[in-house]
Design a protein around this ligand. Structure first.
Ligand code: GAR
Length: 228
């Protein structure tokens, strides 16, 4: 078996994507080994789950560093290097990283975002998708670049927005897809199947063909005006 890539997952809260990655990496054939779960908050619920699975955890509280993001990142990188980390997966990590950090981890730093990027960068993506009236929404796994929620896209999953959806309904539908998408995308990266060309990531994995549509296009006989 080829060597597994030592990977850290960075979290700030619940950690459900982290749990999905840990479950996938529980298979010894998975190309990434989760060697560290690091949180910038000691009260992140995901930490308990990681400890319960016997995964090394580390807490680097961001709050005491205030605006000194470089100092916070230096402390974080000491933990990453201490655990021999080669790849970093952000999973609900709610701190913006500096250009320096992003450059040092270029193409070894991956994020999941709850929208079909480049639509709805930033926060409150589900509420904004509902307000915009989009009919498809979803999630994106991408390599991290200095711009917030920017970088070559590895994979996306789309879900329908249904007429009576609340923000919670839509979030849950997207989250279920996040849990499927992230383990697959991280595996491609760890296995060396990703080639970055400019802003595009090319993946040596089967691609989908055909369209997703919502609502479904009906028969051509649908009336476009009331019968006269
Ligand atoms: C996920 O929906 C993730 O996509 C999102 O936060 C949630 C974390 O949930 N990330 C971002 O918004 C980052 N911009 P989790 O802690 O249960 O994985």
């Amino acid at each position: 078996m080829t060597r597994r890539v030592r990977t850290a997952i960075l979290i700030s809260g619940r950690g459900s994507n982290m749990a999905a990655l840990l479950a996938a990496a529980g298979d010894t054939g998975y190309p990434a080994e989760i060697a560290l779960v690091l949180s910038n908050r000691g009260d992140a619920a995901g930490l308990e789950h990681a400890r319960g699975r016997g995964v090394p955890t580390s807490v680097v509280e961001s709050r005491p560093f205030g605006r000194d993001r470089e100092a916070f990142e230096r402390a974080m990188e000491a933990a990453l290097h201490g655990h021999g980390i080669e790849l970093v997966a952000l999973a609900g990590f709610m701190r913006v990283l500096t250009e320096g950090f992003v450059a040092r981890w270029r193409d070894r730093l991956v994020n999941i975002h709850p929208s079909l990027l480049p639509a709805f960068r930033g926060l409150d993506t589900h509420a904004r998708a509902l307000a915009a009236g989009v009919k498809l929404h979803g999630c994106t796994v991408h390599l991290v670049r200095p711009g917030v929620d920017e970088g070559p896209i590895l994979a996306q999953a789309a879900v329908p927005v249904l007429p009576d959806d609340t923000e919670a309904d839509l979030a849950a539908r997207v989250l279920a897809e996040e849990h499927r998408l992230y383990p697959a995308a991280l595996a491609w990266l760890a296995a060396g199947l990703v080639r970055v060309e400019g802003e595009r990531a090319r993946i040596a994995a089967p691609a989908a063909s055909g369209a997703l549509a919502n609502p479904l296009p009906g028969p051509a006989s649908v009336r476009t005006s009331a019968p006269g």
